[in-house]
Each structure stands twice: as structure tokens, then as C-alpha cells.
Design a protein around this ligand. Structure first.
Ligand code: GUN
Length: 303
């Protein structure tokens, strides 16, 4: 058997088309262009690249992006003041603080300072708490887990009652992905570096999400036949046959896994394009909510 490929490029393109159309409608109805502020602290090259990709995606969809770059030694009050200024700026609908922040900064305080209505990354503790709890709905779902959910939905996977294993418990991907899947009524096991028998857990999983940053950790022999495999990893693997000396591989050994799985995301072209597409979706939703609040405010009697 060879697994069906889950085409993240195509699914992300459809999401971007939807955002483009809704942004145009917002402009036509309100003369208003959604705005995303990006905050980059320091000069981590990977973070700078991600932020550039987010700005480029905005430009392609008719959204404004407003970049803010602070030096690596920026102090806590300086970052907090910037977030507060962006909260107060009515031309900004979404605030994205690129992670990781330099180690001397208090990430939780900074993420907590973001206005809930502008928390398009979904990392505010209240949004995360609502994601975790029953009968609560977050305003925004973190972008990569949201992208994973969309990939599973588009693949036609039944989440209710499915056995799902998430490998990796980072605050950005693994942990919120597990929360998203349990909210969708899957039975979720969260594996991590101290998990004793990873293969034993994986063997029973209908859905496998791997987000650990370890090249080809999960191999086909660990999987249940027919499992749906979502590979979040993007790793460089030395490859002398390539001009640049490496190739990009995921956290799943693609060739052995595709022989066993029912469906699998490729790397690249699976989860990767979804993260930014969902950020665009969240930003557009923030702008739509903003426009609706303004519309309602004009209906209120003057005091
Ligand atoms: N760093 C890696 N992924 C992300 C993300 O989705 N959002 C933010 N803010 N930082 C990240």
C-alpha cells in the first residue's frame, strides 16, 4: 500500500483565496484593510526568515503588515510598551510576537499583554486555557495546530473517537495540537522525551502528529496500517548528492511510513504552508470582528 499524499500546498492555497476574497469584501464594505503587526526581537536568522514570509503572505492577500524589530538586548518594559502601543492602535488587527524570544525576556508576560482580540497566534494564556477546557471556545487557535486540524478535515478523517498520538509537547505545536484534537473528541496521547515506549503508543494510533525536530524519528514499522500521519518537522539532513550538501526531511521517515500509512503529509509541502495560511485566516477574522465592533458602536446612542 502507498499512502495518499495530503497536499498542504493546495489546501493552503484555498485558504489564502478565501482570505483574499474576504479582505476584498471588507475593503469594499468598510474601506478598511486588515493590518498585522509583526514583532521580532533580535536577529535569529530563522525567526527573521519566518517573519519575512509572513509579511510576504500579507502582501499577496491584500493585508497590511507592519514590521517592528527590536534589538536582541531589548529590555522587558520596551517590548511590553510596544505591545501596548499596538493594542491601542486601531489600524492594527493582529499582533504576532515571533518566538522564541531572547532568554532574558519573560515570554509569558509579553504574550499576556497582547489584546485578546488581536491575539492572532492564539498564544495568550486565556486563549490557550479556553482551548484546553470543555465548553469554552478560544477566539483564535494557534496557527500550526489549526493548520493540522484543517489538513485532517480536508483528508476526511473522522476525529471523534479516533486514537490520536501527538509526539512532542512544545507550547507552539505539540501541546496545542493535542488540545485541538481532544476538543474534536479524539482520544489523545501526548508523547515526549520521557515517553518510555514510543512505538507501543504509535502502534495503536489512527492519527499521528509528530513535532519534535528530530529527523526521521518515526519509522513505518512503528505505525498502525492505514494511520493518518502529520509530519510537522523541517530538518536538514546531510546529503552529499545535493548542491547545497543537505536535503529537507521531516520527523517521519517518509519512505517507510508511506508504505504503511493511509495518508501522510510530505515535507516540504505538507504542514509548512498551512501555518502561514492559518495566520492570514486568523488576522482576517480579527479584522472582521473589529469591523463588526465598529459597526455596532455606530448604532449605540451617543452619551
Ligand atoms: N515560532 C515558530 N512558530 C511560531 C508561530 O507560529 N508563531 C510565533 N509567534 N512564533 C513562532
Amino acid at each position: 500500500m502507498s499512502a495518499r499524499l495530503i497536499d498542504g500546498q493546495a489546501i493552503a492555497a484555498a485558504i489564502r483565496d478565501d482570505v483574499r476574497g474576504r479582505a476584498e469584501a471588507l475593503r469594499a464594505a468598510h474601506g478598511y484593510t486588515p493590518g498585522l503587526a509583526t514583532v521580532l526581537v533580535g536577529d535569529n536568522p530563522a525567526s527573521a526568515t519566518y517573519v519575512r514570509m509572513k509579511q510576504k503572505a500579507c502582501a499577496g492577500l491584500g493585508l497590511r503588515s507592519v514590521p517592528h524589530v527590536l534589538p536582541a538586548d531589548a529590555r522587558q518594559p520596551e517590548v511590553q510598551r510596544l505591545v501596548e502601543a499596538l493594542n491601542a492602535d486601531p489600524s492594527i488587527d493582529g499582533i504576532l510576537v515571533q518566538l522564541p524570544l531572547p532568554g532574558h525576556l519573560d515570554e509569558e508576560s509579553i504574550l499576556s499583554a497582547i489584546d485578546l482580540e488581536k491575539d492572532v497566534d492564539g498564544f495568550h494564556p486565556i486563549n490557550i486555557g479556553r482551548l484546553a477546557m470543555r465548553n469554552r471556545t478560544p477566539l483564535f487557535i494557534p496557527c500550526t495546530p489549526f493548520g493540522i486540524l484543517r489538513l485532517l478535515e480536508e483528508t476526511g478523517v473522522t476525529l471523534r473517537g479516533a486514537d490520536a498520538v501527538v509526539v512532542g509537547r512544545s507550547n507552539i505545536v505539540g501541546l496545542p495540537a493535542a488540545m485541538v484534537l481532544q476538543k474534536a473528541d479524539a482520544t489523545v496521547t501526548l508523547c515526549h522525551r520521557h515517553t518510555r515506549h514510543l512505538a507501543r503508543h504509535l502502534r495503536h494510533a489512527d492519527i499521528v502528529v509528530v513535532a519534535v525536530g528530530q529527523p526521521e524519528l518515526v519509522t513505518g514499522d512503528m505505525l498502525k496500517p492505514g494511520a493518518v500521519v502529520i509530519d510537522v518537522g523541517i530538518n536538514r539532513k546531510p546529503d552529499a548528492s545535493r548542491p547545497n550538501g543537505y536535503r529537507i526531511v521531516g520527523d517521519v521517515d517518509f519512505e517507510s511510513a508511506r508504505a504503511v500509512a493511509g495518508a501522510i503529509t510530505p515535507v516540504p509541502g505538507g504542514v509548512g504552508p498551512m501555518t502561514i495560511a492559518m495566520l492570514m485566516h486568523n488576522t482576517l477574522r480579527a479584522a472582521e470582528r473589529h469591523a463588526e465592533r465598529q459597526r455596532l458602536a455606530t448604532l449605540l446612542p451617543a452619551t
